[in-house]
Design a protein around this ligand. Structure first.
Ligand code: FAD
Length: 268
């Protein structure tokens, strides 16, 4: 069985540096300036799953992202993890997209790669976190989709049995390929890149497509193709005081108790 797998990856600000993320009060957009970018964590799980399928069966794994030129870095990392091909959808026309504008570029991007059997996404991102992009891509590609996927097994050659997480349990669903699956972190533990992987990635090409090359109407993508607008943003500023107490556990408990008494949070 030879499968063509496409994994959607998004470059996001590193959550370790989220305290530096600010909201522009005028444009209402997130300012990510000076914040290191990483591959969205669940997208690494999606890629890992694609690579595991490739290791079991004969498969080709392509990664695709829509983003600014610096999103190339995310694709390089994905190639170093073991992806075979990488595609960057990059054009000023794609800027400031909402989820529909994003899916409107990614779906033709996936079709442009060629024949696909399985599209893998993260269930949601750590920055916008709507969880809408995967289902919207599936809708445009006219294929079935499943979200919150925590296990994928092959039933017959082109049929998968997928375990989906529920709030209080799980369900198993049979789905025929082609399909789109949006994965959760329980599905696997993504591999680390190796020196060999980084060297191998240097040999692999990243293909870039702009709006015209995708054959997409600029009015359907980016801000023009986005029916939603952010009308207000609010940045919560914590009013709580923070204090770190150092020392052995016994000393720390003693000091903490004293401080809590000083603030009247503890009596006696
Ligand atoms: C009303 C609105 C206005 C916005 N305006 C702006 C703006 O002005 N500027 C701005 O930078 N952002 C803006 N955003 C955020 C932007 O829409 C999202 O970054 C983008 O649409 C992806 O949405 P998400 O992060 O919620 O993805 P989710 O739906 O949570 O992502 C699920 C999965 O889809 C895939 N995926 C998502 N995005 C991509 C991508 N770009 N490439 C490849 N795969 C992807 C990944 O596998 C991801 O794990 C706006 C969002 C909204 C709702």
């Amino acid at each position: 069985m030879a499968l063509n797998i496409v994994v959607c990856i998004k470059q996001v600000p590193d959550p370790e540096h989220f305290s530096k993320v600010s909201l522009d009060p005028v444009t209402k957009t997130i300012s990510r300036e000076g914040i290191p970018a990483i591959i969205n964590p669940l997208d690494k799980n999606a890629l890992e799953e694609g690579l595991r399928i490739k290791e079991k069966f004969s498969a080709k794994v392509a990664v695709i992202t829509m983003g600014p030129p610096q999103a190339r870095r995310a694709l390089e990392e994905a190639l170093a993890m073991g992806a075979d091909e990488a595609f960057l959808l990059c054009d000023k026309a794609f800027a400031a997209a909402d989820t529909l504008g994003t899916a409107c570029a990614l779906a033709p991007g996936i079709q442009k790669i060629g024949h696909f059997d399985l599209v893998l996404c993260g269930n949601e991102t750590v920055d916008s976190g709507t969880g809408q992009v995967g289902p919207q891509i599936a809708q445009f590609l006219n294929i079935p989709y499943l979200t919150k996927v925590k296990e994928i097994a092959f039933d017959e050659e082109r049929t998968l049995i997928v375990k989906r997480g529920l709030e209080q349990g799980y369900m198993r669903v049979r789905v025929k390929l082609p399909a789109l699956l949006a994965v959760n972190k329980e599905i696997n533990k993504p591999r680390l890149t190796t020196a060999f992987g980084i060297i191998a990635a240097a040999e692999k090409e990243i293909k870039a497509f702009d709006c015209r090359e995708l054959g997409v109407d600029p009015n359907d993508v980016g801000i023009s193709g986005s029916p939603t607008r952010v009308v207000e943003t609010f940045q919560r500023v914590s009013q709580r005081r923070r204090e770190v107490i150092y020392g052995s556990p016994e000393e720390a408990v003693k000091k903490t108790t004293e401080r809590l008494k000083e603030f009247g949070a503890l009596v006696q």
